[in-house]
Design a protein around this ligand. Structure first.
Ligand code: ZN
Length: 189
């Protein structure tokens, strides 16, 4: 099986444990990166971990590094021409346009998925691994993943957007995640 082969290949590489809901690290706002020296190694480990966990985006504080770094790669589920892997350092949204409702999930909040409304298009200011500054507009799934990961870097999780009635439905599951790393049953809201 393709997936198994991929896993076996990655086994030799260093993977990082994903920090789960309930850990205070996920609620702490990260710092901007000043020293770029170790970023390439960090990013490689983050990509290996993200692919291993079948994620499409990962924020640095989800693996315990409280710095402004996020990666994403939607090519595993999208087949658009503009699919590529992205690395954003010290990124921030400078403009948004429109709104769209999309279903989200999170490696730190496993087995819980929910429809969340967010801006459709974003303008993002960021640095690359060589410290160069960029500003670029993103839309579609890439825009959505960036916003989800940027929330992580601000200490925010997608379940924070849920109205009380929906939040009530997942409270027990969130407690199970913080205790055992997974809820006893999954749910899609
Ligand atoms: Zn997440």
């Amino acid at each position: 099986m393709t997936v198994k082969m991929k896993n076996q290949k990655i086994e030799a590489k260093e993977l990082l444990p994903i920090i789960k809901y309930g850990d205070p690290i996920l609620r702490k706002k990260v710092s901007n990166i000043v020293d770029f020296t170790h970023l390439p190694q960090m990013v490689t480990k983050m990509f290996n971990t993200m692919y291993e966990e079948s994620g499409i985006g990962l924020a640095a504080n989800q693996v315990g590094w409280s710095v402004n770094l996020l990666i994403l790669d939607t090519s595993t589920i999208e087949e658009e021409d503009n699919c590529e892997a992205y690395i954003f350092v010290n990124s921030k949204i400078t403009n948004t346009k429109g709104t769209v409702i999309l279903e989200e999930g999170c490696l730190s909040v496993p087995d819980i998925r929910a429809e969340i409304e967010r801006p459709a298009t974003i303008k993002l200011q960021y640095q690359d691994l060589d410290q160069n500054f960029h500003e670029r507009t993103f839309t579609g799934l890439v825009s959505r993943v960036i916003q989800h990961e940027l929330d992580h870097l601000q200490g925010k999780l997608f379940v924070d957007y849920l109205p009380p009635a929906k939040r009530f439905l997942i409270n027990k599951r969130l407690m199970e995640i913080s205790k055992y790393g997974r809820p006893s049953t999954g749910i899609i809201l």
